[in-house]
Design a protein around this ligand. Structure first.
Ligand SMILES: O=C(COP(=O)(O)O)[C@@H](O)[C@H](O)[C@H](O)[C@H](O)COP(=O)(O)O
Length: 397
């Protein structure tokens, strides 16, 4: 990243990077790139929730300097756009815009409910109207409500309610949505990052379709920062939106390629006890001194590949440790996000986007990562890879 004096995500600079000399509790560095001057506390605006907050840099200071992309639609999108601006520039489908905005509203509320949940015993709970609900059930309700409110969703179903629910929207020109309301709900108490996953299919079918048929997919990520990471069929890239203090989603990063880099996230590691090929793959990562980055939450573990633009996530099955991840609610939407970001996915033999979803509860093993990582994954597990390369990359040797 260029040295601008601003610590932030790519080109979406909003947070000043203070040195200890510059830091003073009542003064903050100017958000202007390259500036070390101070702005007075008077110029900070009050946050709606938590008192004083950082002022947002003027729009002109966070315009993208990136080279134009191939799609004529995406060339008009700029880092710093609001979610609404971005969607309007990215697609002419007003129904899809409405759906993605409605889901963004739900994600914002879920983020707040997760952040303020009480955890104890077996669950983390928060209020929903007059009820106290476990946060995953609460997220589930909020998402169904958002889909009904969008007026463009025909059917929805969730990991919590794995049956088609009629949302009242049209089948023709409308969408069907599958979602995991709060992936990682069992690690909310530990304060690890958790998230919502959803995939959007055109029309009224969520079975007999493939992940490649999705028109959009997204994750809401509830960690130190709250982000909405989405991809649309019509435009390249996977796009990250940051939830600002004032409640708006702002476009802060896009990912269009996943390169090589030694970072691994090994799920279902217990399968290495009776899957020698998976054990061989894990040995390779350790021998080659890969960095372990694993939380046990699929959303942050996959999101880091998109944000860091490198790495490999694996969740491999064995006779005694069966595949647990759901193709419809988790694996296909995340596969869409990874592949739109320039990465690859695999169930061992093919892209997870090419798997026909035969039933709502179908499970699969999966890997997401860079091209060479997926080649290594397929070669090590099954002896060959459909992704041809000139040089062998494998742990299989
Ligand atoms: O399904 C998940 C979390 O379940 P829950 O907390 O009930 O919402 C996923 O996040 C995966 O379980 C996770 O990514 C991971 O692959 C699990 O593998 P392991 O760490 O070996 O249990």
């Amino acid at each position: 990243m260029e040295s601008t004096g601003i610590a932030c995500c790519a080109r979406g600079a909003i947070l000043p990077n203070l040195t200890s000399q510059q830091y003073h509790p009542t003064a903050l560095a100017s958000p202007r790139a390259g500036s070390t001057s101070f702005i007075s506390p008077k110029s900070l605006k009050a946050s709606s929730l938590f008192g004083e907050s950082l002022r947002i840099a003027p729009r002109s200071s966070y315009k993208s300097s990136k080279a134009p992309k191939s799609s004529s639609l995406v060339t008009k999108c700029e880092i710093g756009d609001s979610l609404e601006e971005f969607l309007t520039k990215s697609t002419t489908d007003k129904g899809l815009i409405s759906l993605m905005i409605s889901m963004g509203e739900a994600l914002r509320t879920i983020a707040f409910k997760v952040r303020t949940a009480s955890c104890g015993g077996t669950a983390c709970v928060n209020s929903f109207g007059d009820e106290q609900l476990a946060v995953d059930l609460l997220a589930n309700k909020l998402l169904f409500e958002a889909l009904q409110y969008s007026h463009v969703c025909k059917y929805a179903c969730s990991e919590e309610v794995p049956e088609l629910q009629d949302m009242g929207g049209p089948a023709d020109g409308g969408f069907s949505v599958a979602f995991d309301p709060l992936d990682g709900s069992s690690i909310v108490d530990t304060n690890f990052t958790v998230g919502t996953i959803f995939g959007v299919w055109p029309g009224d079918k969520l079975t007999g379709v493939t992940g490649a048929d999705q028109v959009a997919a997204a994750m809401g990520i509830f960690g130190p920062r709250t982000t909405y990471v989405l991809a649309l069929k019509d435009i390249p890239g996977t796009h990250e939106f940051l939830l600002l203090d004032e409640g708006k989603w702002q476009h802060v990063k896009d990912t269009t390629s996943i390169g090589e880099g030694k970072m691994f996230s090994p799920g279902n590691l217990r399968a290495t006890t009776d899957n020698p090929e998976y054990a061989k793959l894990i040995d390779y990562y350790v021998r080659e001194k890969y960095t372990l980055r694993y939380t046990g939450g699929m959303v942050p573990d996959v999101n880091q590949i998109i944000v860091k633009e490198k790495g490999i996530f694996t969740n491999v099955a064995s006779p005694s440790a069966k595949a647990k991840l759901r193709l419809l609610f988790e694996v296909a939407p995340l596969g869409f996000l990874i592949e739109k970001a320039g990465g690859f996915s695999s169930d061992g033999e093919r892209s997870v986007l090419d798997k026909v979803i035969k039933n709502l509860d179908e499970r699969t093993q999966v890997a997401y990562g860079s091209k060479n990582e997926i080649i290594r994954f397929e070669e090590t597990l099954y002896g060959s890879s459909r992704l041809k390369v000139a040089q062998p990359v494998g742990a299989a040797a």
